[in-house]
Ligand binder design. Structure first.
Ligand code: CXF
Ligand code: ZN
Length: 378
């Protein structure tokens, strides 16, 4: 069915940064060419939603509909959409995979150049919005997904069709967070059997890195966090040793990891989003082959600085990993297969589930560090 009519539905709108989302009636325009309109069935809260919810500038980005980790069913499709049809179960993904540009055609990149990943404010292809409030005023999009609404419109390049038999409150985790961590270990770092891994930050992403490293056969997975309460739970994700970075006295955490590993970990992952921790991670990845993978998101103006001799003499590398380096259309099916084969364990990431009307509770839980993934049922 080609969508022609607008839909009136409920959405949780961010009207003011940092203030509770407002559940209100909105109008969702029909999908345009190469777009699909999706009925969201489940969405989960990612820390990036919280980060951008709090953000006061640049101004003009509210009102907007946040949310980007989700799953849904295609309600209608725009012109020139042949890849999916009404009724298909799909995962929206904030990174596009157009299948045509140099990056999408290369196995080495997941950074589509035709529809480069953007945070706001509109649809990726033309920049306009498909959302209006009941007064006819525009509501902006977020990360090309905007899933905190019963219906959203997403570009076909940002949509992956999946097997409808997979439980939605599990599959949605691959739309962002868990995929990002698992991918960082599997695709970006390419962790191999027997390696030693150090993970800075044991939130959902750090634990997903641990899960990925475990699947890749890492034999030592060292988790680093300031909160020792996280250590017990982290064992379930494959973490084998812990370092409480708050109780090291005069020592830097890198020094401790270097001692524990006799010269550094093979792979270090920064999953907090603090430039200073990227330096620590780099300082304790092994000379000769160590890789430091930057997964956490710091402030836009945060900078990294390394002495050129330090880099030159030690032969280490540092890599950025957006969405775990995963190519949405070819790699997510692999992760879904790992899940159905009971290799990739998704259940343990879901610590809470709430109804759509309680979406603000999910924000509180995540901010208080009480949950990993909170699934929101529409
Ligand atoms: C993030 C990655 C960095 C920019 C914002 C979105 N990914 C998902 O949460
Ligand atoms: Zn996210």
């Amino acid at each position: 069915v080609t969508g022609v009519q607008s839909i009136r539905c409920r959405a949780a709108v961010c009207r003011k940064p940092g203030e509770p989302l407002v559940i209100e009636e909105i109008i969702v325009a029909p999908p345009r060419a190469r777009e699909v309109r999706i009925r969201i069935t489940c969405t989960s809260l990612c820390l990036s939603d919280v980060t951008f919810w709090k953000l006061k500038d640049p101004p003009g980005i509210v009102p907007r509909i946040l949310g980007h980790e989700a799953i849904g069913v295609v309600e209608s499709v725009g012109k020139d959409v042949n890849e999916v049809k009404e009724g298909d179960t799909v995962i929206p993904i904030f990174m596009a995979d157009c299948g045509e540009c140099a990056d999408c055609l290369s196995v080495k990149s997941n950074l589509c150049s035709k529809l480069p990943f953007k945070i706001a404010p509109g649809m990726p292809r033309c920049g306009t919005s498909r959302f209006t409030d009941i007064n006819g005023d525009v509501i902006h999009h977020f990360l090309s997904v905007s899933s905190f609404t019963e219906y959203t419109v997403v570009d076909i390049a940002n949509v992956l069709k999946i097997d409808p038999a997979i439980p939605p409150n599990r599959a949605c985790l691959l739309s962002c967070g868990v995929a990002t961590g698992v991918g960082a270990a599997w695709k970006t770092a390419n962790v191999e059997n027997g390696s030693t891994v150090a993970i800075f930050g044991l939130g959902s992403i750090g634990l997903a890195v641990a899960e990925g490293a475990r699947l890749c056969g890492a034999s030592r997975i060292i988790g680093i966090d300031i909160n020792p309460d996280k250590f017990e739970a982290a064992k379930k994700f494959g973490v084998t040793e812990f370092v409480n970075s708050r109780s090291l006295g005069d020592k830097h955490v890198s020094q401790v990891i270097n001692e524990m590993t006799d010269g550094g970990a093979d792979y270090c992952f920064e999953c907090v989003g603090m430039a200073s921790l990227v330096h620590e991670a780099f300082a304790c990845c092994r000379k000769g082959w160590g890789k430091t993978i930057v997964v956490g998101v710091d402030k836009p103006d945060a900078t990294l600085s390394f002495s050129s001799y330090d880099v030159l003499f030690h032969g280490k590398s540092i890599m950025g990993s957006l969405y775990g380096g995963l190519k949405p259309k070819s790699d997510i099916p692999t992760l879904l297969k790992w899940y159905t084969d009971k290799k990739l364990e998704l259940d343990k990431f879901v610590t809470h589930e709430v109804g759509f009307e309680d979406i603000n509770q999910a924000f509180n839980l995540l901010m208080e560090g009480k949950c990993l993934r909170c699934v929101i049922w529409m």
